[in-house]
Design a protein around this ligand. Structure first.
Ligand code: FES
Length: 109
């Protein structure tokens, strides 16, 4: 039996100001993870869907970044306004939100 149906990692990595790669922390990722976690709980999914903070996921240029397992869907450059769609369409209905996926074959094929 699986522990979770889905496991979502949201990068919260912070780099020093002016770092050439930037960081998800400075793109509001801490608040986005907390908001996503609250929405998962409101949907009654908090026992089957886990939202965790992560260190750098090596997709910094697409930040903020999250990856959803087990399907390995990478989302980038999303905002608070996108979280409801990710929860309702992907997490609940199982349909990837294509417009928010990272368009790079290293991440989504
Ligand atoms: S800082 Fe978020 S993916 Fe690297």
């Amino acid at each position: 039996m699986k522990r979770f149906d889905k496991h979502i990692f949201v990068c919260e990595n912070k780099r020093p100001e002016g770092h050439p790669r930037g960081c998800c922390h400075d793109k509001n990722s801490v608040n986005l993870r907390e908001e996503l976690k609250a929405k998962i709980k409101s949907a009654g999914l908090n026992t089957t869907v886990r939202v965790n903070s992560a260190g750098c996921l090596d997709a910094c240029e697409f930040g903020p970044v999250m990856v959803v397992y087990p399907e390995q869907t990478w989302y980038g450059n999303f905002s608070e306004a996108d979280l409801d769609q990710i929860v309702s369409e992907h997490i609940i209905e199982g349909k990837v939100v294509e417009r928010l996926t990272i368009k790079d074959p290293k991440f989504n094929r």
